[in-house]
Design a protein around this ligand. Structure first.
Ligand SMILES: Cc1cc2nc3c(=O)[nH]c(=O)nc-3n(C[C@H](O)[C@H](O)[C@H](O)COP(=O)(O)O)c2cc1C
Length: 202
């Protein structure tokens, strides 16, 4: 299957078969998340894999009782760090920045004005959360390439999702919940605008 064929056959799956996802396939999906780029390469994120019946049940309720979550073999909660973690002089940025070749202080001075811009416009949390959407897109296409369906789930109660994972809002934001599994429903055809309606060349 090509990348575009995977995108054509992927659909937002609301009901899954009672069938586990094999570990190599799950690891490949997680690898596609890990390899996803982040702004300034900061990787201020984490991926929590929900497989146990007990946690799955809690996640189902935190996602407003969506069947996709209840029946999924696996749900991955993509998490992002909240604004204070991006302080250019704070330890997290220094730790992440020190992984890169070159001078850490150059990295921090490069990051500082953009951080100030995001901060002034109150966009840090939104910017952090949006990084996760790229990883989710990659995970969904990676899954589809392996015949596994998925659904991005934005309908969740963030405080409940964090609590059931044993996390604190001071440490984490929830980007997205994504369900994965083998579908127990027919593939739905794509409804998309035409390229002519969407693309503008300048
Ligand atoms: C960011 C995002 C959030 C979504 N949240 C939900 C959700 O909470 N529940 C749900 O059933 N579908 C959700 N969806 C699925 C969309 O409704 C679906 O992807 C869209 O209608 C296009 O259909 P397709 O994915 O089958 O092509 C979400 C999709 C995206 C991209």
């Amino acid at each position: 299957m090509t990348f575009l064929e995977a995108m054509q056959t992927r659909f937002a799956c609301k009901l899954y078969e009672n069938r586990a996802i094999e570990n190599p396939a799950l690891q490949e999906i997680l690898e596609s998340a890990r390899l996803t780029p982040t702004s300034f390469g900061l990787e201020m994120w984490a991926f929590h894999v929900v497989q146990s019946q007990e946690v799955k049940e809690k996640l189902y309720h935190a996602c407003f009782d969506q069947e996709s979550v209840r029946t999924a073999a696996v749900s991955i909660v993509t998490l992002a760090r909240p604004a204070p973690w991006y302080d250019p002089d704070g330890r997290p940025v220094k730790e992440k920045g020190s992984r890169f070749p070159g001078n850490l202080s150059d990295f921090i001075e490069d990051f500082r004005p953009y951080h100030a811009f995001l901060s002034e416009h109150n966009r840090l949390d939104c910017w952090s959360r949006s990084q996760g959407y790229l990883a989710v897109a990659n995970m969904m296409t990676c899954a589809a390439l392996q015949g596994i369906q998925s659904c991005a789930i934005e309908g969740f109660d963030e405080s409940k999702v964090l609590a059931l994972l044993g996390l604190f809002p001071s440490d984490w934001l929830v980007s997205l919940v994504t369900t994965f599994g083998y579908p127990a429903e027919e593939t739905r055809p794509k409804i998309r605008e035409s390229v002519q309606n969407l693309v503008v060349y300048h």
